[in-house]
Design a protein around this ligand. Structure first.
Ligand code: BG6
Length: 468
């Protein structure tokens, strides 16, 4: 298209992090343990105990975000800092930390965008069955109420649960549940139902307590391609999209289960127990916007009855989520890959934005998008992360095209504001605009260094997306 629409004047440019990946101070000032603090960690990469030590450096870090011109900063609150055991006693030191962080952001006119829960369930709750246990619903609603009471005067934008769909699809990989795989799946879909109910209750609570605040879900959404135009492959793409994407957003927005996803659960014998009143709760809680994370698209094939026919999939085997008879992941030969084997698909980003918007008609914000790489610290403190700039540039262009297509997009927060520890691949899989000088096991001086992408993104924000 020749005529591109501009990004809106009040577009929320920013970036994201999550508490357990960036803060460190895992057991300080009364913080309780979360599942991420004790989870199985590959031996060759660091755990989350020190991470980027943002807990002790938040002022410095926020100043750097302000220097880049951030309009918003998406971070998560660690439930275990606020309520160390998940329920019961409130930890004032935890409240103080986030209160200070929020004030620091507001000092620079940076809008806080708060995720309530980003994978780090309190261990005390996990020990009682985690999300499979209905009581976790009440625990989450109670925790949300504390957040609204403490920070609702200053936080306008709230996100409930980060990537609920990834937790359900890869729950076993995240170490959230252990045991017999058939039971694991049943437990996961029960957990999913509980999370959906809890989320809707929190949407509702937010609107009742805070007049002008806005709240939304934050799943990971990707357009799904069929491996070919074979009808079996197209059907598989439809299956995967329903189970991976629409199950979550249909429940959040329309308050109902997606029919294809429901029939999948029926077929597998994993229909969750739905209590009287649950469907009314799902209907009553409404999001104001949809936040979503996008890294890449997905491709699947449907015709793999011949088990001997090898899959060509080379991606992240640890989190691959094939469903026998329904879909199997496929490597898209038209896409380039990152050093970590993730396919790069900016056009898929535009398609994803359109798909979500045309299905739900709600304003959208991107809460994660980015490229993990082994950055190299060169002489004179230079990090020439041109590959990151290239990735982000292409995605921002597609976002602008989507806006031109009519999509109502009000913000863009790539992953991540600053280097942090990846979910299972350590600190050296870096995503940030700001480099943190440490290695997997050598903490060095932890100093902050601006990468080339820092300067580039500053210019993007300053020009409201005109200079890419
Ligand atoms: C998202 C998560 O799935 O992807 C983040 O919300 C995560 O927590 C990000 O870090 C990148 O994935 P990874 O595995 O490279 O850290």
């Amino acid at each position: 298209r020749k005529e591109l629409k501009d990004f809106p004047d009040d577009f929320l440019w920013g970036a994201s992090t999550s508490a357990y990946q960036v803060e460190g101070a895992w057991d300080e000032d009364g913080k309780g343990l979360s599942v991420m603090d004790v989870g199985n960690h590959p031996e060759d990469v660091t755990d989350f105990k020190v991470a980027s030590d943002h807990y002790h450096n938040y002022k410095k870090d926020v100043a750097l975000m302000a220097e880049m011109g951030f309009k918003t900063y998406r971070f998560s609150i660690a439930w275990t800092r606020i309520i160390p055991e998940g329920t019961g006693e409130i930890n004032q030191k935890g409240i103080e930390f986030y209160s200070n962080l929020i004030d620091e952001l507001l000092k620079y006119d940076i809008e806080p965008l708060v995720t309530m829960y980003h994978f780090d369930l309190p261990l005390a709750l996990q020990k009682k069955g985690g999300w499979e246990n209905r009581e976790t619903v009440d625990a989450f609603v109670n925790y949300a109420e504390v957040l609204f009471d403490e920070f609702g005067d200053r936080v306008q934008y709230w996100l409930t649960i980060n990537e609920q769909n990834m937790m359900i699809l890869h729950g076993d990989a995240l170490g959230l549940l252990e045991g017999d795989p058939d039971n694991v799946k049943k437990g996961l879909y029960q957990s999913n139902h509980h999370m959906l109910v809890a989320q809707s209750m929190v949407f509702d609570l937010c609107h009742k307590k805070l007049e002008s605040a806005k709240i939304g879900p934050a799943p990971n959404i990707s357009t799904v391609y069929p491996a070919s135009s074979k009808p079996e492959d197209v059907l598989a793409a439809n299956n995967y999209s329903s189970i991976r994407n629409w199950l979550y957003l249909d429940a959040a927005v329309f308050g109902r289960y997606n029919a294809t996803a429901w029939s999948f659960m029926e077929e597998k014998g994993i229909i969750p127990e739905i209590k009287d009143g649950d469907m009314e709760i799902l209907k009553a809680g409404k999001p104001d916007f949809i936040a979503f994370n996008y890294y890449t698209s997905a491709s699947v094939e449907g015709d793999f009855k011949d088990e001997k026919k090898e899959s060509n999939y080379e991606g992240d085997q640890q989190v691959v989520d094939n469903e026998k008879g329904l879909y199997r992941r496929h490597q898209n030969e038209h896409l380039e890959k990152t050093e970590f084997g993730w396919e790069i698909d900016p056009i898929g980003f535009r398609t994803t934005l359109r798909e979500i918007y045309s299905r739900y008609n709600l304003p959208l914000i991107v809460t994660e998008n980015g490229l993990g790489a082994y950055d190299k610290l060169e002489e004179n403190d230079k990090i020439n992360d041109n590959y990151r700039i290239d990735y982000l540039k292409k995605h921002i262009k597609q976002a602008q095209l989507a806006i031109t297509d009519g999509v109502e997009l009000f913000g863009y927060c790539p992953w991540s504001a600053i280097d942090l520890v990846s979910t299972h691949q350590g600190i050296n899989k870096r995503y940030g605009f700001i480099y943190v000088n440490r290695d997997e096991f050598d903490l060095k001086d932890m100093r902050r260094i601006k990468k080339k992408s820092f300067h580039w993104y500053k210019d993007v924000i300053e020009s409201n997306g005109k200079h890419l």
